[in-house]
Design a binder for this molecule. Structure first.
Ligand SMILES: [Zn+2]
Length: 224
């Protein structure tokens, strides 16, 4: 069993292949959390988290204040529903600005989930940033880039085994050996293999850890 903690299966690019991909996931025993769009289905019991939300200063520098306002609303919604948050932060190049602002906001909001407050998804921050998220009860999730960039090695080694997650963010950011191609949840295997390699544990152990961590965070141990 593998767990892809972040995939965009609703993306139009999958329209032709969605059924095929879902069948493949069942055969390969891969669980996913699909990142949907819309807000009319909060009562749906299959909703396991709120997001993705957060601050993107890489693509959207001009509307920082609006992003912060919306982020606060999403944090409040997660609090109201008692669900974990899936946080996306992308700083301007060479800085940690989006992470720093998000952490400042999180520190001023009331979040009653002490352990399992959410996920810092597609993590690309520093060790210091990771520590702050861990202290707030967040899990840290890594995606395809860890398979082709050594810059993540130290941080992957640093994240405690009970707080690390793997994701694809498909259809984006395919891992090696599919870099540049359309990504899909099954490729989470290569992210987990890289985590295993850097943590000096077997693939089976990394697969177990990342799956159990996701199941714990999303409360998937008990059937719906
Ligand atoms: Zn995403």
């Amino acid at each position: 069993m593998l767990f892809d903690s972040h995939a965009h299966l609703s993306h139009a690019i999958f329209d032709e292949y969605r059924e095929e991909i879902i069948k493949k996931l069942q055969t390969l025993e891969i669980k996913i959390v699909n990142i949907g769009v819309g807000s009319d289905e909060f009562e749906n019991e299959k909703i396991v988290a709120i997001g993705e939300c957060g601050l993107d200063y890489y693509r959207n520098l001009e509307n920082k204040n609006l992003q912060k306002e919306v982020f606060i609303k999403q944090i409040e919604l997660a609090e109201e529903l008692g669900k974990p948050l899936i946080i996306h932060c992308r700083p301007t190049l060479g800085t940690m600005d989006a992470y720093e602002d998000a952490l400042n906001i999180l520190n001023t909001c009331r979040i009653s989930r002490i352990f399992g407050a959410g996920i810092a998804h597609f993590f690309s921050g520093s060790k210091e940033i990771a520590k702050k998220f861990l202290d707030l009860g967040f899990y840290i999730s890594f995606a395809g880039p860890i398979t082709f960039s050594d810059q993540y090695k130290e941080i992957v080694e640093y994240i405690p085994n009970n707080r690390i997650l793997a994701e694809t963010d498909s259809p984006f950011a395919a891992p090696l050996p599919f870099r540049g191609k359309r990504n899909e949840p099954a490729f989470v295997e290569f992210v987990v293999r890289q985590i295993a390699d850097w943590k000096g544990i077997s693939f089976e152990e990394a697969r177990r850890l990342t799956t159990e961590n996701a199941e714990n965070l999303f409360c998937l141990k008990t059937p719906f």
